[in-house]
Write a protein that binds this ligand. Structure first.
Ligand code: TAP
Length: 490
């Protein structure tokens, strides 16, 4: 135990031990070796973190937006300086290839910080012409102390999608990382302090969802909850937050369709759908999991695709050349393999993968898996598997494609490939999801608003909308007339 990395709490600018003294052990999913001890924050710890955030709100909310932006840029610079070591740590706790940790988790976090530093100029309200004796104006005010709850698939990037806009808006934060991936964000909190973030502005409380997360969502000192995670936990969070009418934004699960029409550029589509399906081991809420192929190009596309899927280099995620790593945990590994078995039992044919790679004896590795001829109502076509499993579904007409794409309670993301611009617009308007790609797939950039329809969530992150999550709009009405019109006669 003594040699394990220790991940504690970060409250009021200081590293703090959990009040109950409890830790749980996290293993490295690629080696199955114990890797870190993670603090279990109690209700008392959550109280302390919320008090620190509340106290610092009185000063941070008054710092000018341009000075807040300077701090964001300093944090971005510190992340850049430590990119290599942070990427390594991120890979140890997630199992993802270090290339993805560096480029996407750390690189994407830096871009998000830089984008929101620029957004400090967008905190303006407006003036509204009412009548000659009244000026009405809106003021944009920080919402207050926010709870941010993060899943394990992109522990850093998804943290900064929330941290950056909240900070520039003037909010203070208590963040709960996923219990499986708390180490990198804990390191970052320390780096943020070094970069000049005042104490108490960003507090980190690692721990279990049902204890630490629950205490945070219930806490009367929290003004807003920003949650990313599964739809089932999201529903519970929304119910809990309703007791005190906390503001809530939810980024939840997905089951993204990607439709390839018969006039598409197949080479490009194959390339993008590879990344779309297997990037981050498929542990990605926008992963292409319903790959829908027009019957005319079904065989040609599938042959090209499967050939490339089989060449994906899976293995030790700390090596720079590795293209796919391990899934997050033993439980998740079992769940993904169960879905593959279910797919087979419901009639799908495995044309690639389907099991762990024989060359890898330890670690939660699953070969990139393609299931073909999947019925649109089969379990693997409807449930979010959240692993390296792509269900291939044939279709004949545009109407049929749209109907299969929308045959889900989710509505997060999707893609379509065609060289017919009219069809592209028609289909894009018909897909009931919040974030679409046409003739490309994947890559969510901070300038664009991202969020789900239906049971994939409420609200948007990123873009201009992302900052609105952390602002209240106050309307101030000023009377400028000389005498007050009479309402009563007397
Ligand atoms: P969840 O199991 O829902 O966990 C998400 C977070 O909620 C974790 O930090 C978890 O804590 C915490 N939590 C659990 N119970 C809670 C409670 N009662 N009160 C407050 N917080 C609680 O999701 P996951 O397995 O980590 O992540 C995978 C899911 O996230 C997938 O459905 C995926 O689609 C979704 N996701 C969505 C997006 C967007 S942007 N839409 C992005 C990434 C992932 P512990 O883990 O510590 O228990």
């Amino acid at each position: 135990m003594a040699s394990l990395r220790k991940c504690n709490l970060f409250i009021n600018g200081k590293v703090v031990k959990p009040t109950g003294g409890n830790y749980f052990v996290r293993e490295n999913p690629a080696t199955e070796n114990d890797f870190a001890q993670i603090a279990e924050s109690s209700k008392k710890d959550v109280d302390k973190a919320v008090s620190a955030a509340k106290k610092s709100f009185t000063t941070w909310s008054k710092v000018t937006p341009s000075d807040r932006a300077k701090v964001l840029l300093k944090i971005a610079a510190v992340l850049g300086k430590n990119q290599k070591s942070l990427a390594h740590l991120n890979t140890l706790e997630t199992g993802k290839p270090v290339r993805e940790s560096g480029l996407v988790e750390i690189g994407g976090s830096i871009k998000t910080l830089e984008h929101y530093a620029g957004a400090h100029t967008q905190l303006n309200g407006e003036t509204i012409p009412v009548n000659e004796n009244q000026i009405s104006m809106t003021l944009k005010e920080p919402v207050g102390v926010v709870a941010q709850i993060i899943p394990w698939n992109f522990p850093l990037l998804l943290s900064f999608w929330k941290i950056a806009p909240a900070l520039v808006a003037g909010c203070t934060i208590v963040l709960k990382p996923a219990e499986l991936t708390s180490c990198t964000i804990f390191e970052i909190a320390r780096l943020c302090s070094k970069a000049g973030l005042p104490e108490g502005v960003l507090n980190i409380v690692p721990g279990k969802g049902e204890i630490t997360g629950q205490a945070l969502v219930e806490h009367p000192g929290i003004d807003k909850v920003a949650f990313t995670g599964s739809t089932s936990v999201g529903k519970h969070v929304m119910k809990t937050a309703s007791d005190s009418v906390k503001r809530v934004s939810l980024e939840l699960g997905g089951k993204a369709p990607c439709i390839i029409f018969d006039d598409a550029n197949l080479e490009n589509a194959v390339e993008a759908c590879l990344r779309g399906g297997f990037f981050n081991q498929g542990e990605n809420c926008t992963a292409v999991t319903k790959l829908m192929l027009h019957k005319k190009i079904y065989k040609k596309f599938l042959d090209m695709y499967v050939k490339k899927v089989k060449r994906i280099n899976i293995g030790d995620p700390t090596k720079p050349g590795t293209e796919m790593g391990a899934v997050i945990s033993k439980d998740h590994y079992d769940s993904v393999l169960n879905y593959i078995a279910k797919g087979k039992s419901e009639g799908a044919k495995v044309v690639s993968g389907g099991s762990r790679p024989s060359k890898l004896k330890k670690g939660y590795f699953i070969n990139p898996t393609v299931l073909e001829n999947v019925d649109p109502n089969a379990t693997v076509a409807c449930d979010e598997i959240f692993g390296p499993v792509v269900a291939v579904i044939p279709f004949s007409t545009e109407e049929e494609a749209i109907s299969i794409a929308n045959n889900t309670d989710y509505g997060l993301a999707g893609g379509l490939w065609t060289n017919d611009i009219n069809r592209a617009m028609r289909v894009a308007k018909s897909i009931n999801a919040g974030y679409l790609w046409v003739n490309t797939y994947g890559g969510i950039i901070p300038q664009t608003p991202y969020g789900g329809f239906k049971q994939s969530g409420i609200g948007k992150e990123l873009g201009r909308e992302g900052i609105e999550n952390y602002l209240e709009t106050k309307c101030v009405n000023i009377y400028t007339g000389d005498s007050m019109p009479k309402w009563y006669k007397g």
